[in-house]
Design a protein. Sequence first.
Length: 282
Amino acid sequence: MSQHKGQIVFSSDRDGHYNIYIIDADGSNLRRLTKSESTDYSPSFSPDGSKVVFYSDLDGDNDIYIMNTDGSNLVNLTNNTQASDWYPCWSPDGKSIAFSSNRDGNYDIFIMNVEGKQIRKLISHPAEYDRTPQWSPDGSKIIFTSDRNGNQDIFVVDIDGNNLVQLTNAAYNEKHPKWSPDGKQIVYVANPNHNEDIYLMNSNGSNKRLLFASRHNDFVPCWSPDGKFIAFQTLVELSDNSLSNEICIIDLEGKNLCKVTNTPGWDTHPNWSSITDHTVYE
């Protein structure tokens, strides 16, 4: 068991459907927040650690939901039966949520307030997918993945939709970016060797380097609150030779791998909060 601090929220199908769970980063104190037969996915903590935002098909299509970290007070923020709303993330001040939606045809990045109001499109492009938005720590920019130039690449744009900059441009996919807490680095996923591996680059797109690679796909990385570790999902071989998708942690040298979860099934899309609450919810 690791000695890491804080909490990690993630999605798992360990009970038959993808629901939202929270676990302490040392692998203890697991608790299940949603208990439906829907697909609840891509959770993210609010900056103060009191709420979780995620997307779910609970009402028949993918909408953005918010709830307390004990699973109470579940609210559908977007409630749009004509579109799919994906990949929500909080602004650093906790007042806004960015997400991806195809409400205007193709998937673009949108921003709304935490009540699901004042929805505005950040940027528009006829590409099929603009998705996985993430705010910069100072709240001035949003980084996201787009296939607008063929492969999936990473872009950054000001929150008013200006100053779009392409940070990656390789002959393979580069995606799922997240800023370090100090805003100086970006962790992301790339597949130059067909497998998905974890990479780092400077926030201006320079100094791209491999952080971690295994025999299987390593996916959806996120930073620890102190910026010293990376959590991500990866395939682990079990004793019966089957594969289980677990949440793991490495340091910034790509070493000292430790498993946070260890259950048959698929644990995905981790997000790390500095808040530690050892209350067990039933």
